[in-house]
Design a protein around this ligand. Structure first.
Ligand code: DGY
Length: 421
C-alpha cells in the first residue's frame, strides 16, 4: 500500500471538491461556492493547475451583482443539505444576475491571491486579468461605497465577516430582536458536532438580520439607515486594504489608471485608525449603531501586517498568543471569558487565518514569528488532517473535514520553504 504525501492528499482534496469550475469548501456542510474559500482554492490550484486556478476566480465573478457586489455564496445548483438556501435569501430579483446567490459579501482576499496567480505566469496572467480587472474595481468600489461610512469597512451580517460567531459581534447581536424568526431547520448541525457550531440564538439572529434585508429588497440605503446590524470589522478593513494594494499593482502591470484605487488606499490607511481601541491597546470591532468597541483581542487584529501596517503595538499581543497556545494562533484571546477552544470562531485555530497572518509577518520581516505559525500549521495538519479548524490546546481537528482552503493553504504557504516565501 502506498501512502500519499500531504501535498498529494491536498491536491486530491481540491480535485475532489471541484464541481466543475468552482470548488465547494467541503462536501455536505458547505455544498456551494463560497467567496473567500474560492479565493483560497485558486491560491492552492495555482500550485499545480494554473488555468484551473484562474477559472475559480472567473466563476466567482460570474455571480457579481450589477452594483458590483460579489456575493458570499453562489448557489450554482440546488442542494437540500444546506440552510439557508437560495429561496431563503430571495435575491434573484435584485442582483441583476442569473446566478442565485446570498445578498452579502465576504472578506476580499481574491485580489491578493489573483496577484499570486498573475505572478506565476505574467503573460498568461495579463490575458486573464484584462477581463477581470474592472470587475475587481467594481467590487472593491462597492465596499468603499456601501460599507465604508466610518472610514473602516463594516459588516451588515456576521456572515459577511467570515467569522460568524466571533465574540466581536456579541453586543451588537444582543441588540437584535429575533423573536419573530419562526421555525426553521438547521442543516449544519446534522453534518458537524453542534458544540463546534454557533448556537441556536446565534442562528435566530443571523436569520432576523437576513430577513430584514431581504424584506427590504437588499436595498443598501435601507440597510444602512435601518438595518439591524452594522459593525466595523478588522477582517474586512485589513483584507480590503491589502487587496487594494494588490489590485493597484496589477492595474499598473496592465497600464490602467489606478488613481481611484490609490484614493481608497489612503482612505483605508486613515480608516484603520478608527479601529484602535485604546482601552485594550488593540485593533477591535466597533458597533456603528452604538459607537462602542467590542473589547476583544482576536486573531483578526494580527492582519495589520497583511494590510501593510507594521504596528509595533501589536507585537506584545502576538507574543502573548504564541505563548498561550501550543498550537497558535487562537482566534480569540485565550484569557477572554468568551474563549472556547472548540467553538468555531471563539477560540479555534484556523489555518487560513494563520496563512494570512504569516504572509503579513513575512512581508514585514518578522521571520521567526511567521515560522512559528507555519510550523504550528504543519503540525496540526500532519496530526489532524485538512480540517476546517483545530483546537489550539490539544490540536484536535474540528468542524468539517477534508477542507478545500486548509488543503490550499498547505500547498501554497504552509508546506513552502520559508526562504522561498
Ligand atoms: C455557514 O453557513 O456556516 C456559513 O458560514 C455562512 O456563510
Amino acid at each position: 500500500m502506498t501512502t500519499l504525501s500531504l501535498s498529494d492528499q491536498a491536491i486530491a482534496i481540491l480535485r475532489g471538491n471541484d464541481r466543475g469550475g468552482y470548488t465547494v469548501p467541503t462536501e455536505g456542510l458547505y455544498p456551494y461556492q463560497w467567496n473567500w474559500d474560492s479565493a483560497f482554492a485558486a491560491y492552492g490550484f495555482a500550485e499545480f493547475d494554473l488555468p484551473r486556478a484562474w477559472q475559480e476566480i472567473e466563476t466567482l465573478f460570474s455571480g457579481q451583482w450589477q452594483n458590483g457586489m460579489v456575493p458570499h455564496i453562489l448557489f450554482h445548483q440546488k442542494d437540500d443539505g444546506y440552510f439557508p438556501g437560495p429561496d431563503v435569501w430571495g435575491t434573484d430579483k435584485c442582483s441583476g444576475n442569473a446566478v442565485s446567490s446570498s445578498g452579502i459579501s465576504q472578506p476580499p482576499v481574491a485580489a491578493t491571491f489573483t496577484r499570486a496567480l498573475f505572478e506565476k505566469d505574467i503573460a498568461f496572467g495579463k490575458e486573464k486579468l484584462e477581463a477581470l480587472f474592472d470587475k475587481f474595481v467594481a467590487w472593491h468600489g462597492w465596499f468603499m461605497r456601501h460599507r465604508g461610512e466610518s472610514g473602516a469597512i463594516c459588516v451588515t451580517h456576521p456572515w459577511e465577516s467570515g467569522r460568524d460567531n466571533a465574540a466581536d459581534w456579541d453586543a451588537a447581536m444582543a441588540n437584535v430582536d429575533a423573536s419573530n424568526v419562526g421555525d426553521y431547520t438547521r442543516r449544519d448541525t446534522s453534518h458537524v458536532n453542534p458544540e463546534m457550531r454557533p448556537t441556536k440564538r446565534d442562528y435566530d439572529v443571523y436569520l432576523s438580520i437576513l430577513y430584514f434585508a431581504r424584506d427590504n429588497g437588499w436595498d443598501e440605503q435601507r440597510i444602512l439607515d435601518d438595518g439591524l446590524f452594522r459593525v466595523a470589522d478588522p477582517t474586512l478593513t485589513f483584507t480590503l486594504l491589502r487587496a487594494n494594494r494588490d489590485l493597484k499593482w496589477m492595474g499598473e502591470q496592465l497600464g490602467r489608471d489606478v488613481s481611484e484605487i490609490d484614493g481608497w488606499i489612503v482612505a483605508l490607511e486613515e480608516g484603520v485608525k478608527s479601529l484602535w481601541n485604546e482601552d485594550i491597546g488593540c485593533y477591535d470591532a466597533k458597533d456603528l449603531r452604538t459607537g462602542l468597541f467590542a473589547g476583544n483581542v482576536t486573531s483578526a487584529a494580527f492582519l495589520c501586517w497583511y494590510a501593510g501596517i507594521d504596528d509595533k503595538r501589536m507585537l506584545p499581543h502576538l507574543e502573548r498568543f504564541l505563548i498561550a497556545s501550543p498550537h497558535a494562533v487562537a482566534s480569540l484571546d485565550p484569557t477572554s471569558p468568551h474563549y472556547n477552544p472548540k467553538r468555531y470562531w471563539r477560540g479555534p485555530v484556523w489555518v487560513i487565518v494563520n496563512t494570512l497572518i504569516g504572509i503579513g509577518l513575512e512581508d514585514a520581516g518578522y521571520r521567526s514569528e511567521a515560522e512559528r505559525i507555519r510550523s504550528d500549521c504543519a503540525r496540526l495538519i500532519e496530526g489532524g488532517g485538512f480540517a476546517e479548524y483545530f483546537d489550539p490546546e490539544d490540536g484536535t481537528p474540528a468542524g468539517g473535514g477534508v477542507f478545500t482552503w486548509t488543503a490550499a493553504s498547505w500547498l501554497a504557504w504552509v508546506s513552502k520553504d520559508p526562504k522561498e516565501a
